[in-house]
Design a protein around this ligand. Structure first.
Ligand SMILES: [Zn+2]
Length: 673
């Protein structure tokens, strides 16, 4: 592990001020963030009159690195002065920085604030020793900003309401490839220096960096994959041509892709979530490569975020459904166009099944089942994210599309909505007002006030979605799943098992098998003779399938104490190093009577686990996590049991050295969004 070239802590240095002209951490003209009562930066409209301040004389102690060279306004005096600043406690995931601007600064006068800071081990920044990568050759680092982690990466207005462009200069050892979520990048090999620039305004959480032994391969005219060399052929094979197909489908629906390139980087198993929609460069966990259908859905979901979430962003963390619900809707429009309605309905059924499972765990009156959740001071917004954010949000958007009666007309509306609000942040009312003005006939009918389906109720009622989509077009795929599940729970078992075992599931879609296993998991513990028959019928077959299938089967094994298959659990845990495939199993093992087995496996494998994951598992081992784990508002707690909740871009852990306590235990929810 090595820290970047920062030489002094922020507090030891004054924050100098320079006239506007170029970007360090660029507060571009469009962003105009409200700094605090003391300061309000202004738009560029009134010309580049520089304020006359001078550089401070550096004090004793380690000298800071030289300031980056900014192009000066022709004829302007170099002007810099130290500024008074204050750091105040905010929450345990960040402090507030107040900078006092000089009284001489006039309203509308452009200025630039330069902050020197050091960031080493921080919630947003994950340093990996070589042995935590696939190649074991070079160290690796990645950042995960969503939702409020990036304040530990660089000083920022860490709210999705504020957007700005950014530039970055990154120095890396030779042989280490650096990538960022930027529209432009250059590399000067002799200096080992990368320069990045994001030309469109983005919220702080979308600034992302990754560096390691990464190699590229083209998979389309504007896309390439980046992966460790040993993974590159697989990644290329699975995505070649497909990403362009998805991008083109999305463009036909929602207008031009506005970010230039769409690249994908595969991250080591310690990446704490499944995927993150960083603009120009989707981050995705390598472990998903072996589960094809999940890979497809996860990438398409991130593609959809290019329009919904990245271009048009929810202005507050209380309305994350605006990004997730719309991205999920767009993702399903893309899969309908590309793979047909039946597959899309199957995937939706699988996910809504998980939503209802989550609701049984949380209770119908859980405040986090609202679309508009209340963010109390000090609470990490990531804790508010759950399947409701995605699926109840999706159901509301789907309901709106049904109101207008024609999905294509609704696509046109969304296209106009993106065109109007791209590169800005919006609240739900903006979406709903736009909807009603796009469809004046609906406004006249007061569709927003229909009894029982009021827009207000959609936003603020707890419980399940007020309406769910008609998934009958998927019945050719979902009906066999239902039928097989019924057989396995019918009496007498021996006859039913005989009938069930005659059904060949080896040709099923992954989502069918996963849905079937989820149902069995819901019913666990099952009678021992059922588990025995299930094992006889499926264990070897499922063991040859992808990890999404195996984890579900192994959870059934564990929850039913089916010892003959326990060796498969051990083998799985010995080969899986990601949160999403380890934590659900450890939680199940420790909830039941298999804790000593869990301890033994953990001691054998812990050396290959990322320290954060190791800590999480240690905590599970020391406490055990029951299905009735209480929701917690402790901001240091893990937002959700990330291993079990597999929302693509659900929050990173904000743990630092904190051991997590599962805020909302979603151990029964194995889904990916
Ligand atoms: Zn998402």
């Amino acid at each position: 592990r090595s820290a970047p070239n920062h030489s002094a802590p922020a507090q030891s240095l004054p924050a100098p001020i320079r006239p506007a002209g170029a970007q360090a951490l660029d507060s571009a003209p469009h962003s105009a963030p409200a700094l605090s009562a003391q300061a309000r930066p202004s738009p560029r409209a009134h010309g580049p009159t520089a304020c006359a301040f001078a550089f401070p004389t550096p004090g004793p102690g380690p000298q800071p690195p030289p300031l980056p060279a900014f192009p000066e306004t022709p004829g302007a005096e170099p002007a810099c002065c130290p500024l008074a600043f204050r750091l105040d406690p905010f929450t345990d995931y960040g402090s507030s920085l107040t900078v006092t601007l000089p009284a001489e600064l006039q309203a509308h006068q452009p200025f630039q604030v330069i902050l020197r800071y050091t960031s080493t081990d921080a919630p947003a920044i994950w340093w990996l020793d070589p042995e935590l990568t696939y190649g074991n050759a070079k160290p690796f680092v990645f950042t995960q900003g969503h939702s409020v982690c990036n304040r530990s990466f660089f000083p920022c207005f860490d709210t999705p309401a504020v957007k700005c462009t950014y530039s970055a200069v990154v120095k890396a050892p030779s042989g280490v490839q650096v990538l960022m979520s930027a529209t432009q990048s250059t590399y000067v090999e002799e200096e080992g220096v990368y320069r990045f620039h994001m030309e469109h305004p983005v919220p702080a959480y979308l600034v992302a960096l990754v560096a390691g032994d990464l190699k590229p391969a083209d998979i389309g005219p504007r896309s390439r994959v980046w992966a460790e060399p040993c993974l590159l052929p697989t990644a290329t094979n699975k995505l070649s041509g497909a990403v362009e197909e998805w991008l083109s489908a999305a463009e036909r629906l929602y207008g031009p892709y506005m970010w230039g390139r769409y690249d994908i980087v595969f991250l080591p198993p310690s990446f704490p979530i499944v995927a993150m929609e960083n603009p120009c460069l989707t981050f995705i966990i390598s472990s998903i490569l072996e589960s094809d259908e999940f890979l497809v859905i996860d990438v398409i979901h991130e593609v959809a975020h290019s329009w919904f979430g990245n271009a048009v962003t929810n202005a507050t963390w209380e309305e994350m459904w605006l990004s997730e619900g719309l991205a999920t809707y767009a993702q399903r429009r893309i899969t309908t166009e590309t793979y047909g309605a039946a597959f899309t309905c199957l995937e939706t059924a699988f996910r809504l099944d998980a939503l209802h499972r989550q609701m049984r765990l949380l209770g119908e009156d859980s405040p986090v089942s609202k679309l508009q959740v209340k963010l109390e001071p000090g609470v990490n917004p990531s804790h508010l994210m759950n399947l409701f954010t995605y699926e109840k949000g999706y159901c509301f958007v789907y309901y709106l599309s049904q109101l207008c009666g024609d999905p294509q007309r609704f696509d046109e509306f969304l296209r106009a909505y993106v065109e109007k609000y791209k590169f800005t942040s919006v609240v739900a009312q903006d979406l709903l007002d736009s909807f009603l003005s796009f469809f004046p006939e609906l406004k006249e009918q007061s569709v927003d006030c229909r009894a029982g389906l009021e827009f207000e109720r959609w936003l603020n009622a707890t419980g399940p979605p007020l309406a769910e989509p008609d998934l009958s077009q998927g019945s050719s795929l979902t009906r066999p799943v239902e039928a097989l599940f019924q057989l396995w729970t019918a009496e007498p078992l021996d006859q039913a098992a005989a009938l069930a075992s005659a059904i060949d599931i080896s040709k099923w879609r992954t989502f069918q098998t996963a849905l079937f296993l989820d149902r069995l998991l819901d019913g666990s513990p099952l009678p021992q003779e059922v588990v025995m028959s299930l094992s006889k019928c499926y264990s070897s077959l499922l063991d040859s399938m992808n990890a999404e299938i195996r984890i579900r089967w192994l959870q059934i094994v564990v929850r039913n104490y089916y010892y003959p298959d326990l060796h498969r659990v051990r083998r799985f845990l010995e080969s899986q190093m990601s949160r999403m495939y380890t934590i659900p199993l450890y939680e199940d093992l420790c909830t039941g009577a298999l804790k000593s087995f869990a301890l033994e496996v953990f001691y054998q494998t812990q050396g290959r686990l990322h320290p954060n994951l190791r800590r999480t598992i240690q905590q599970i081992l020391s406490q055990g996590l029951g299905p009735s784990a209480e929701p917690s508002t402790d901001p240091s707690a893990e937002p959700v049991s990330a291993g079990a909740d597999r929302d693509s871009d659900s929050p990173a852990l904000l743990l630092g050295d904190e051991a997590p306590s599962s805020a909302i235990s979603l151990r029964d929810v194995n889904v990916s969004a």
